[in-house]
Design a protein around this ligand. Structure first.
Ligand SMILES: C[S@@+](CC[C@H](N)C(=O)[O-])C[C@H]1O[C@@H](n2cnc3c(N)ncnc32)[C@H](O)[C@@H]1O
Length: 310
């Protein structure tokens, strides 16, 4: 640990960091949080992460290879993670814990049980279908064994005034002296949620003459989710947005036609700050993919804020 890192109250390890949605959420909190290291295997998302957080140590490692002793050496007291969600989705074959893409997550859980000093706090995000899977059961069992008090949530940014739906499973875990008891109770709201005060899409649009509009043919063939600037909702943007027209996010109808939201607009609907940017060589297709895999910054910041009080 260098002297600056040791001064910070919260020292975080960001696993499966992607483009850093969680890091942006941590930066919104009043508590100074130092991300000691971030881990992801994907070269494109890592280029975007590095562009936004050049001074954070970014490890292009397979998380599966991290040992308990290596993790202990970071002296982190907060772990954040958004493990791969494909094992729990229809498109990913629903193989759950038997899917090889869960191996790195299982490795982190095994390490937690054998570490000298496991982190005080753990934050986990995943798709809503994660709840009730064998991996969910293993996660809860492991956290219980290591003595974590657990809170679980199912929340969407639409509950925080943002006109976008992204229902996700979240887990907050805080380590206690005595062994913990788990009571299954997924919360569907939190104090910070705002009922009925949703802003309109208009506030998230960018002035840009370069928008590409959909052809009449495409619009007529597909049952698109279409919203207008005055709409107060939009569908969840997935990694296949614009690759597949249906079920991957909404399209915008304005006086000039119907068009996809730009990557910047998708980022804004996911509450990324205006400072979020990317290297010039990253294509729109790559950006949609990375954003579709990322998190709602406003939901994560509210949850981590609560986690640090547990
Ligand atoms: C659901 S995304 C998380 C996105 C992230 N929260 C963000 O804000 O962009 C999962 C990420 O895990 C990474 N990943 C999957 N398996 C991995 C492994 N074994 N080791 C390291 N990274 C992995 C993927 O490259 C992907 O970026």
């Amino acid at each position: 640990m260098d002297s600056k890192e040791s001064e910070e109250k919260v020292r975080a390890l960001e696993f499966y960091c992607g483009i850093g949605g969680t890091h942006f959420a941590l930066k919104k909190l009043p508590t100074p949080i130092c991300v000691i290291a971030a881990f992801d295997i994907n070269t494109t998302t890592n280029a975007i992460y590095r562009h936004n957080f050049p001074s954070t140590k970014l490890c292009q490692n397979n998380i599966q290879g991290l040992t308990a002793s290596a993790l202990d050496k970071f002296h982190a007291n907060l772990w954040t993670m958004s493990p791969p969600c494909q094992p729990f989705t229809l498109k990913g074959n629903l193989r759950g814990m038997d899917d090889r893409r869960c191996d790195s997550f299982k490795n982190l859980l095994t390490s937690l049980e054998t570490m000298m000093s496991p982190p005080q706090w753990i934050f986990i995000e995943n798709v809503s279908a994660f709840e009730g899977t064998s991996m969910h059961t293993l996660l809860i069992q492991t956290l219980n064994n290591v003595g974590y008090h657990i809170e679980e949530y199912m929340l969407s940014p639409s509950q925080f005034s943002v006109p976008n739906s992204r229902p996700r499973y979240y887990l907050l875990a805080s380590r206690r002296e005595k062994s913990a008891t788990y009571i299954s109770d997924i919360r569907r709201s939190m104090e910070e949620c705002v009922e009925g005060a949703t802003s309109s899409i208009m506030e998230y649009l960018e002035d840009n003459d370069e928008h590409v509009f959909l052809s009449r043919d495409k619009i007529e063939k597909a049952a698109l989710s279409i919203v207008t600037p005055s709409s107060t909702s939009s569908a969840c943007f997935t990694k296949s947005y614009t690759q597949y027209l249906v079920g991957c996010g909404s399209y915008l109808s304005d006086p000039n036609g119907i068009r996809p939201f730009s990557p910047r607009e998708v980022a804004s609907l996911m509450s990324f700050p205006h400072s979020f940017s990317w290297p010039s060589q990253v294509t729109h297709k790559q950006l949609y993919r990375a954003l579709g895999n990322s998190v709602s910054v406003i939901v994560v910041s509210n949850l981590v804020s609560r986690l640090l009080t547990l």
